[in-house]
Design a protein around this ligand. Structure first.
Ligand code: SAH
Length: 270
């Protein structure tokens, strides 16, 4: 495996989460592997490879492996939507993972529930300083004043969905091969994992592969639904209306070396 200097992998599970970014890469060359299109090009003057992983942990793990082992990325950004579980996490907010785990991993009684068998750990933690820089930059990008100035997300779109100004949270995201869409399932997850902020279907798989390869990673999720009995209505509405704008605004903000704000180059130390 050889790393390509500064090349960053950008991954999402669904086309709606990635399309706007691919549209911003006019010089992209497409390479097909394992039934996936890898878009090799530039964003904000940086070398990137963008790819749709498809949904679920296996699909995400395979795609991450290819990004690292075959396309030589030195960092991975996963952008997508998730169900909100934390009490303060509303639809339209963003969660940056500082811990990830598989909520459907259970090899008990051989290993403790949730533990990655053989690895002796339950939670994976992305690099702390990178996570903080990501949180700060995303907060800048989604700042209400930039919204008012016609910035990344227009007020029109937020109003259309009845959304408040987005807030950025940092904390635990859990992943499993299940679309969580009932209040009962949410209660079970919150009961076992009181600090959980969001649930989705790929992040912990991306984290595990990056952890094993020792490649820095960022898992960024916009809340599309509350994973409850209305999730099946909220999710498609969010996905079709604003998900791609969030992904585009946040990822371009993270890649921007020259954003004239206090965070500086988010991936400078990666
Ligand atoms: N039938 C849907 C399936 C989407 S699965 C479709 O194809 O249109 C949901 C996707 O969004 C996954 O990639 C997952 O990571 C994320 N997600 C959003 N809300 C979720 C929730 N409540 N539970 C689990 N995953 C969720």
């Amino acid at each position: 495996m050889s790393f390509v200097a500064d090349r960053i992998g950008i991954m999402a599970a669904m086309p709606e989460e990635l399309q706007a970014l691919i549209d911003s890469m006019p010089d992209a060359e497409v390479v097909r592997r394992a039934g996936r299109d890898f878009w090799i090009g530039h964003l904000q003057g940086r070398a990137v490879v963008a790819v749709l992983s498809r949904i679920g942990k296996v699909a995400a793990a395979l795609t991450t492996t290819l990004l690292v082992a075959e396309f030589g990325v030195c960092a991975v950004i996963f952008t997508g939507v998730a169900g909100g579980l934390g009490a303060a996490v509303r639809v339209g907010d963003v969660v940056v993972a500082d811990a990830l785990m598989q909520h459907d991993m259970d090899a008990s009684p051989l290993f403790p529930k949730y533990e990655l068998p053989g690895q002796g750990i339950t939670r994976l933690h992305p690099e702390r300083s990178l996570t903080r820089r990501v949180r700060d930059r995303v907060a800048e990008v989604l700042d209400v004043s930039s919204l008012a100035a016609g910035g990344a997300l227009s007020q029109v779109h937020l109003d259309a969905l009845g959304l408040h100004a987005p807030r950025v949270h940092m904390g635990l995201i859990v992943s499993g091969d299940q679309f969580v869409s009932s209040a009962a399932d949410c209660d079970t997850l919150r009961h076992h994992l009181p600090d959980v902020l969001a649930v989705e279907m790929e992040g912990a798989a991306v984290a595990q592969v990056c952890h094993d390869f020792e490649v820095p990673y960022v898992i960024l999720r916009t809340i599309s639904d509350r994973a409850d009995d209305t999730a099946h209505v909220d999710f498609p509405r969010f996905i079709s209306t604003v998900a791609s704008r969030y992904s585009q605004a946040m990822v371009l903000g993270l890649l921007d070396r020259h954003a004239d704000q206090h965070v500086g180059d988010v991936f400078g130390a990666a």
